[in-house]
Design a protein around this ligand. Structure first.
Ligand code: PLP
Length: 526
């Protein structure tokens, strides 16, 4: 494709995207295809000869689009939203055009500098402490691809910090640098062993110390916690939470676990506190966690606010709890997904840390070919040193376009629309009462409910079976709405409805409510 062909095709694609958005409401929300459907439509091998763009473009419409679930449709109320905006689309188009891995500042200074600037914009909009801003010169952030990537990255930093502290505590027995690899090995390729004895001694001590590290979360923490531990070969302990606490981790539960593990010679090194869990939107008791952690200086506190974190931009959310104060006072890191409810398309997961040195100490490897004049002089931040991969996407551009075009006012209005529609739906459920029951305090734009025809509450096989049938009935309406199921402790099987697509309006909530009533009738009659 040459420039003029791209110009023409590009205009056509933008037209198609506009038509797509204009027709979203008429499309089935859920993809209506069977597993393996593409095998029949797409050849087994790449074509030997290049094909005409018009053919490729037609195949996108006819073969690919039918297998797409329309997350931007107003009836999409499943998982958490994955907002998209035209501003974000345009930014991604530019980013794709200049395709630039920008691992070092000098690869493309704008990419690094814009990222650092928009991270400060976000931190200020969410009222994070100035300690998390780049202007603090100590703290700051980076935009990663996902909350999962954030969890692994932060866990590496927490692990290295804990090992350094353990090493300090052992005094002269291990190297003063905290048992880090000998300098020459780190700076070069990681495969050269200058001094095998050192390396062996280092490995033995480190292996033993690492085996004692434990990370904590709750049964409601997203699987990013246990997955990060799985990847890094570390232990994860999921603490119990109770329905009466709104599924929040309490300080006494945490303290007991830390004391038990410490008594057994284990080393608590990280806790993931959640601000808005996936199943119910629960918020761990961040204030109590912060208090307990004061007695465990090795414990890195990370706040996973993947979904609800953007709501910190609303004064009514900030003022309703002590969560922000606790994060600002006690937490080492905070992360939210702009690509969920934050109007920026996937992927965009800003991570803020109080001490960016903890990341760079853990993740800096500088072979000769990555050295630059400014990097050597320490006059720039090379973002590769704060992440796992080397290359990185130009994600800050879409944040910049979106925040400028919507303004913080528009950003807040979007969040408030979701919250007020969801709270209205919760009110409708409450007023209606039996056979419906709300099973967790509605949080932000998430409502979790089930059928409980007698209103007795509690957990039972009968209620689970009934609600699984209810769920099957709801899935019959996958063209109109998409919801998600979950399981909550002391409740069992239940249904989640999340409002978050910018296009969702009251009429779509009314439609969902009608469908749910029909499904409830059918299930109970059967
Ligand atoms: N944390 C929470 C609370 C989530 O709800 C999710 C996804 O829904 C994640 C983490 C994982 O997000 P990501 O896909 O960015 O890894």
């Amino acid at each position: 494709m040459d420039i003029e062909a791209f110009r023409k095709a590009g205009h056509e694609v933008v037209d198609k995207i506009c038509d797509y958005y204009a027709s979203l409401e008429q499309r089935p929300v859920g993809a209506q295809v069977k597993p393996g459907f593409l095998r029949e439509a797409v050849p087994d091998e790449a074509p030997e000869k290049g094909e005409e763009w018009s053919v490729i473009s037609k195949d996108y419409d006819e073969i690919i689009l039918p297998g797409i679930t329309h997350w931007q449709a107003p009836g999409f109320m499943a998982y958490f939203p994955a907002n998209a905006t035209f501003e974000g689309c345009l930014a991604d188009l530019h980013a794709a055009a200049i395709s630039n891995p920008a691992f070092n500042w000098s690869c493309s200074p704008s990419v690094t500098e814009l990222e650092i600037l928009v991270l400060d914009w976000i931190a200020k909009a969410l009222h994070l402490s100035p300690a998390f801003l780049s202007t603090s010169e100590v703290g700051g952030g980076i935009i990663l691809g996902s909350a999962s990537e954030v969890a692994v990255t932060v866990m590496v930093a927490a692990r290295e910090r804990a090992l350094a502290m353990l090493s300090d505590a052992r005094g002269a027995e291990v190297p003063a640098d905290g048992g880090a690899r000998p300098e020459a090995t780190v700076q070069e390729t990681g495969t050269q062993h200058k001094d095998l004895d050192d390396e062996e001694q280092w490995g033995k001590w480190r292996g033993d110390a690492t085996g004692r590290l434990v990370a904590y979360g709750t049964t409601q923490t997203h699987s990013i916690g246990s997955k990060a531990c799985l990847i890094l070969g570390l232990a994860f302990r999921a603490l119990d939470v109770k329905a009466e606490d709104g599924y929040a981790l309490r300080g006494d539960v945490l303290r007991k676990a830390l004391e038990e593990d410490t008594a057994k010679g284990r080393v608590p090194f990280m806790l993931i506190g959640t601000f808005g869990t996936t199943s119910s939107g629960a918020v761990d008791n961040l204030k109590e966690i912060g208090q307990v952690a004061k007695d465990y200086p090795m414990l890195w506190l990370h706040c996973d606010a993947a979904y609800a974190g953007v709501a910190m931009s609303l004064p009514e959310v900030r003022e309703a709890s002590t969560d922000l104060a606790a994060i600002n006072e006690c937490f080492d890191s905070y992360s939210t997904n702009m690509h969920k409810w934050g109007l920026v398309q996937f992927d965009c997961s800003p991570l803020f840390v109080r001490d960016r040195g903890a990341l760079t100490r853990a993740l800096t490897v500088t072979p000769e070919y990555l050295r630059t004049k400014h990097g050597d002089a320490g006059s720039v931040l090379d973002l590769r040193n704060m992440q796992i991969s080397l290359g990185r996407r130009f994600r800050s551009l879409k944040v910049w376009f979106v925040l400028r075009s919507f303004g913080l006012e528009g950003f807040r209005a979007h969040l408030r629309n979701g919250i007020s529609l969801a709270q209205g739906f919760a009110e409708q459920l409450r007023e209606h009462g039996k056979p419906f029951a709300i099973v967790a305090p509605p949080r932000y734009a998430l409502v979790v409910f089930r059928l409980d025809p007698t209103g007795a509450g509690g957990q039972s096989e009968e209620l689970d079976a009934l609600n699984r049938r209810f769920w099957e009935a709801i899935q019959e309406y996958s063209k109109e709405i998409q919801l998600t199921q979950t399981v909550l402790p002391e409740v069992g099987f239940c249904i989640r409805l999340v409002v978050g697509a910018p296009s969702t309006r009251q009429q779509h909530i009314d439609m969902a409510w009608r469908i749910l009533q029909e499904c409830a009738d059918k299930t109970l009659k059967a």
